[in-house]
Design a protein around this ligand. Structure first.
Ligand code: A2H
Length: 254
């Protein structure tokens, strides 16, 4: 855990019906994968969600209608932040693993792709955020490399039972932000420049994230959506507030 408190936006990625057997007990509820992000302004470019195959997750009642799928740890934190049907106490309806989530079709706020799928990422930390990550491969180096690996390594896809039709190809990546130095798909450019081999290339990915994260915020301009042409820095808080006001996201601290 970091020493600094971190505030995430939790994006409500709705599981599209019909539910698979494992989610049967959730029939009649609105069920979401709750993805923790620091970049709500990038949600236009979502291509999939990421889950940790061996990760432990649960389906938690947040209120009368909504169920969030996330780690037990995040559910407990949320309960103390007034996001639990039972005050101060997580209420788990179904215990799940990442394997149960792979292949779920999702509808996510702002995404230009109407239906996206949950796919495996092996570097997800279970002690950070919700254990669910939304994938924006245009601007997130980790997301780009994990998508790269699924595209280039059929054995990886086979190992986790991932169907071809769930996996966006690298040419499907949506340009959403221009950064003068890195172009319209900053993560792809920086991963190629640094010759990053896979999602496990930790040190280089730290450098790639440092480069794109800072520049994206200070020099990025939107290429898409309601705020096209505007600076990321100016519109990031506006998009965040909108997502919260429309009920498509909540704020989560840890
Ligand atoms: B970010 P910090 Cl476009 N394990 O969202 C691994 N990574 C996780 C995670 C977990 N349990 N929970 C969240 N994250 C990712 C968007 C994004 C992100 C973009 C660019 C950079 C970026 C789309 N993915 O993060 O350690 C999430 O990915 C660069 C750091 O708390 C979240 O924001 O600083 C970010 O890491 C939180 O990382």
């Amino acid at each position: 855990e970091g020493v600094q408190p971190q505030e995430y936006t939790l994006i409500k990625m709705e599981v599209v019906k019909p539910f698979p057997l494992k989610l049967g007990p959730l029939e009649g509820k609105r069920v979401f994968l709750a993805a923790a992000t620091l970049r709500p302004e990038t949600m236009y470019g979502q291509t999939n969600a990421w889950v940790l195959p061996d990760g432990k997750y649960g389906a938690y009642e947040i209120n009368e209608t909504d169920v969030f799928i996330l780690t037990d740890r995040a559910a407990l934190n949320l309960a103390y932040q007034n996001f639990s049907k039972i005050p101060q106490k997580p209420s788990c309806l179904v215990e799940l693993t990442g394997y149960d989530l792979i292949g779920l079709p999702l509808r996510s706020p702002l995404s230009v792709n109407e239906i996206i799928y949950a796919l495996p990422m092996l570097t997800i930390l279970t002690n950070k955020g919700t254990g669910i990550v939304t994938s924006v491969p245009s601007d997130a180096p980790d997301d780009y490399m994990a998508l790269h690996d699924l595209n280039k390594k059929p054995a990886l896809q086979a190992k986790y039972g991932v169907k071809d039709e769930w996996v966006p190809s690298l040419s499907d990546i949506v340009p959403i932000i221009n950064i003068p130095e890195f172009g319209d798909k900053a993560a792809e450019k920086v991963c190629l420049d640094l010759k990053i081999k896979s999602q496990n290339d930790k040190d280089k990915l730290v450098e790639a994230k440092r480069l794109t994260y800072l520049k994206g915020f200070t020099e990025g301009t939107m290429l898409i959506g309601e705020f096209v042409g505007r600076k990321v820095q100016e519109i990031k808080p506006i998009i965040k507030t909108k997502l919260i006001e429309t009920g498509e996201a909540i704020i989560y601290g840890e």
